[in-house]
Design a protein around this ligand. Sequence first.
Ligand code: NAP
Length: 251
Amino acid sequence: MQNALNEPQTIVLLGGTSEIGRAIVDELISSTTQTVILACHHPDGAQPERFAREGLDVVVEYFDAADTESHDGFVRDLAKAHGDIDVAVVAFGVLGSQAEFDADPHAAAQAVHINYTGAVSASLAIAGQMRRQGHGQIAVLSSVAGERGRASNFVYGSSKAGLDTFAQGLGDALADSGVRVTVIRPGFVHSRMTQGLKSAPFATTPRVVAELAVAGMRKGRHTVWTPGILRYVFMVLRHVPRPVFRRLPLG
Ligand SMILES: NC(=O)c1ccc[n+]([C@@H]2O[C@H](COP(=O)([O-])OP(=O)(O)OC[C@H]3O[C@@H](n4cnc5c(N)ncnc54)[C@H](OP(=O)(O)O)[C@@H]3O)[C@@H](O)[C@H]2O)c1
C-alpha cells in the first residue's frame, strides 16, 4: 500500500533494464519501499545491486513482453510471492529503425507487437491485479512520437499512439477503482535506445524524465510531458499542415 505521501512498498518495473524505467524506480524508492521487482527480457543485464540498500529486497524475474499469453499468470505469481503491487512501471519498448522496417515488414510487426500488443496485455494484467487489491498506480511510457506520424519513425510512432490511447482509456476505466494510470510522454531522451542518433529539440535525460514523472504520479496526474514544454509545442505541431510538418527538422 502507498503511504500518505504516495510512497510505494512494492514496485514492479516491466522492462527491468530500461534506463528511463530504472531512473523512475530510483526516484520512487523511499524508506517505505520493501520490494523492487525487475521484470527483464535479459535478466543477466538486470544489475540488481545498483538498487541495493538496507531493508530493500530487489528481485529479478524473466519477462517477455511479446509472450502475451504469459502476462496474466506472471502478474498473479508476482502478487502471490510478494503481496500487493503498489506501482507498476510499463517501460519496455523497442525503437528499431524505419529503414529496417521498410525492408522487413515482419520486423515492423514484431516491434509493434512488443510496444503495443505486449504493453496492452501486460497493463491489463497489472490493472486486473490492482482492481482485486483495490489500489495501485500504473505508469505507462508513451512518447511524443505518437502525437503525429512522421516519415522518419512512423512504425514506432504509431505503436506509441496506440499505447497512449489505450492508457488514457484504461485510466478512465479505472477512475473509480482506486487504481490510477499516469501516461508519461517523453520527447527525445539520451538513453541506450537513442544511442548514436541525432538529438532532437528539447532532448533530456532519464533522470529529468524520472523526476517529472514521479512528481506527476505523486500528484495523481493522468499525463506527464517530459519536459513540460513539449505539451505546448505539440499543441501547435498537431495543427501544422502536413506539407509544412513533413519539412520540419524534428529528427
Ligand atoms: N529514449 C527515448 O528517447 C524515449 C522517448 C520516449 C519514450 N521512450 C519510451 O520509454 C521506454 C523506455 O525507454 P528507454 O529509453 O529506457 O530505453 P531502453 O533503455 O532501451 O529500454 C528498453 C527496455 O525494453 C526492454 N524490452 C525490449 N523488448 C522486450 C521484450 N520483448 N520483453 C521485455 N522487455 C523488452 C529492454 O530489455 P532488454 O534490454 O533486456 O531487451 C529494455 O529494458 C520505452 O517504452 C520507450 O519507447 C523512450
